[in-house]
Design a protein around this ligand. Sequence first.
Ligand code: PAF
Length: 281
Amino acid sequence: MQVIHTLVELRQALAARPLPRTVVPTMGNLHDGHLSLIRQAKALGGTTVATIFVNRLQFLPHEDFDTYPRTLEDDCAKLRAEGCDIVFAPSEADLYPEPQTFRVQPDPAIADMLEGLFRPGFFTGVCTVVMKLLQCVSPTHAIFGQKDYQQLAVIRRMAQQFAMPVAILAGHTQRAEDGLALSSRNQYLDSQARQQATQLAQVLQQIAGKVQAGARDWNLLEQDAIAQLSKAGWEPDYLTVRQRSDLQLPPTRANVLPPLVVLGAARIGGARLIDNFEFDT
Ligand code: PAF
């Protein structure tokens, strides 16, 4: 496995490697969720590239950019064990040398709701770095975890709108045995919060169950779920049922509902967790 820090070296290394070329962009601090994306990439054959870059542009001033765990050596050991071919881990000066003043502004219709409402500018930061990383790697395929459901939707839309020659693929969310979605930020949970953390997935599944049983008052469903989690000590941002296609609220009066997803974000014990489940009615 080659560990590469500069764009010049990356381009040289890639020229010698077979297609297809699949990239898994990450911010490092890898867990089994990331590694499952690497396995998915490997199954496509050709060359597997992981990128590791903690992207300042997608953090708000009060967020955890400075303290975000940077664990390059451990990450590389895990990637090597999975048979990853290339790790591209640029420094900030390598990736944003000028600095980066051009930004990719996503469609507000999909980016200024849910995560974008609570983390303004987040998706501009994500789109800018993903556009840049994809330009650096020129992959045939790029895989993003479905846990960041809206991120995946925004990136798909960007790739489509810019006619980017890359297939955007989704990786299934990996969960701990008790149902908690794996996330780098789970390590911010103390033992009590870790025990409670599964409540987010449980509440989301309850909402899905209610919709399957006929509930259609989207606001009421959200208010009930927010009340339930708040009572248990959480600070919920949103818990909402959306159409998978555009992340808008579904119609209230349709006989047949489109494919749905229930998404949530909430804070517990200093950590902000997000999760989602796709479901049909
Ligand atoms: O999901 C992430 O880890 C990041 O948002 C990404 C896609 C690597 C961009 O920095």
